[in-house]
Write a protein that binds this ligand. Structure first.
Ligand code: NAD
Length: 439
């Protein structure tokens, strides 16, 4: 399918946004998962529900062509997106993903989840997200730099420190953020560190940002475990995705005394009931690019990962990984969503029926955007905080957010996800109502 066809198909998905909620199917992709989540929260919003249509439409979508000169002298074109879902509460905020399967509807969903997440943890941002349909592993370093710089120039018309602030996501790192910051700054003729977050510390990045999402996953994991009487010291964790989020979260759980019994990434699946050495595995992944070939655990079939018994399951890779096909096989007590959108609405229902507590992405992985917010604030003041201060403030935000959603969930007898959406949607829609419509 050509990139243009993909975009058109995606747009037709957008205009199916009024899809009735009885049409329960997982095959419609992340944007429809998001729409179903919004339908579920509507009855709890009182009079604010009259504004809910706002949440079902992204505010602004930009599709860009990213042509670059390859090292062999030929020209390649990649398709890029930047979607601003909602900016009622502040500038758009959300990462940029480099992946050959990125689609517009996926970026739309990711941008919408950012609106919900930022409101759920009460950072003063709207939601946005970006992506390029590219496999960065197939590019040389200089090609990757050219893709990044051209994409940044193309979306430069809508991003900025007061309008929309990109950050890292799957397959983008501190170096990519440094190139984005430099390109934007060169184009406007002014150093603008606050245009992106997740930068290297030497370029205005924040201490603690790299570990922030994994640290937040760990913090809410401990809060959830405490509430259901699960002892972290004897907990068995299974982790899908061993990158920035999954790798750091696994390390922190091990430091707290837990065991990592299974790990899966795009290269394979490992299993060791007595506990995988997470530090050695992190080194192996840095060296080899994936978990495959690690000698300290048994290699098993990818699909078997979902049947492994654990106490805490952390999906920290991509969307829709827990779905109607595997949800009923999952044997765990708590799912902590490190990834964005890893559980489809049908799977969510199955897990709830099976008494599995799901801590949703919009709370569980909000540590990243929280420290991004700290980074942005530090960039505006050019005054930098210590790592200890950042970690303490992060913990405080995460605990407070968790405690509020837990309480709303108990009061309304709803899932933690619906509770988080109740809090977030009320915050966003109240702002919409107070701001009113222009003109
Ligand atoms: P990353 O690129 O550092 O790591 C991604 C991991 O997922 C890798 O281990 C990769 O091998 C694995 N993976 C990819 N495809 C897979 C597949 N098909 N099956 C199994 N594993 C697969 O990315 P990251 O930053 O850790 O992001 C992971 C998830 O967390 C994404 O959903 C992202 O949107 C979300 N997230 C990231 C941050 C952040 O600060 N980095 C913040 C919030 C949410």
């Amino acid at each position: 399918m050509s990139a243009q066809q993909t975009a058109l198909n995606d747009l037709s998905v957008l205009y199916k946004h009024t899809l009735p909620s009885y049409l329960h199917t997982d095959s419609l992709g992340p944007w429809n998962s998001y729409l179903q989540q919004i339908d579920r929260v509507a009855p709890y919003l009182g009079s604010l529900s009259r504004w809910i249509e706002t949440l079902k439409r992204p505010k602004r979508i930009l599709i860009v062509d990213v042509p670059i000169k390859m090292d062999d002298g030929t020209t390649s074109h990649f398709e890029g997106y930047r979607v601003q879902h909602n900016t009622a509460r502040g500038p758009g905020k959300g990462g940029v993903r480099y992946h050959e399967d990125v689609t517009l509807s996926e970026v739309m969903a990711l941008s919408a989840w950012m609106s919900i997440k930022n409101a759920a943890v009460n950072v003063p941002y709207g939601g946005a997200k970006g992506g390029i349909r590219v496999n960065p592993r197939k590019l040389s370093r200089s090609e990757l730099e050219r893709v990044t710089r051209r994409y940044t120039s193309e979306i430069g018309i809508i991003i900025g420190p007061n309008t929309d602030i990109p950050a890292t996501d799957v397959n983008t790192d501190e170096q990519v953020m440094a190139w984005m910051m430099d390109t934007y700054s060169m184009n406007i003729g002014q150093i603008t560190t606050g245009v992106v977050t997740g930068k290297p510390v030497s370029l205005g990045g924040s201490l603690g940002r790299r570990e922030a999402t994994g640290r937040g996953v760990f913090t809410v994991g401990c809060e959830a475990a405490r509430r259901i009487g699960l002892n972290i010291k004897s907990a068995r964790t299974a982790v899908q995705g061993f990158g920035n989020v999954g790798g750091i979260a696994a390390k922190l759980f091990v430091e707290a005394g837990a065991k990592v019994v299974a790990v899966q990434d795009h290269t394979g699946t490992l299993y060791k009931p007595s506990g995988i050495d997470a530090y050695a595995l992190l080194e192996h992944v840095t060296e080899k690019g994936g978990v495959t070939g690690f000698a300290g655990a048994e290699s098993i079939a990818d699909d078997d990962f979902w049947g492994i018994e654990s106490d805490i399951l952390i999906p920290a890779a991509l969307e829709s990984q827990i779905n109607e096909k595997n949800a009923s096989r999952i044997r765990t007590k708590i799912v902590i969503e490190g990834a964005n959108g890893p559980t489809t609405p049908i799977a969510d229902d199955i897990l709830r029926e099976n008494n599995v507590l799901v801590i949703p992405d919009v709370v569980a992985n909000a540590g990243g955007v929280t420290v991004s917010y700290f980074e942005w604030v530090q960039n505006f003041s050019n005054f930098f905080w210590t790592e200890d201060k950042i970690n303490k403030r992060l913990e405080c935000v995460m605990r407070e957010a968790f405690s509020s959603v837990w309480q709303v969930a108990q009061e309304n007898n709803v899932s933690i996800r619906t509770a988080a959406y109740i809090i977030a949607c009320k915050r966003i829609l109240l702002t919409c109502e107070m701001r009113g419509l222009y003109p």
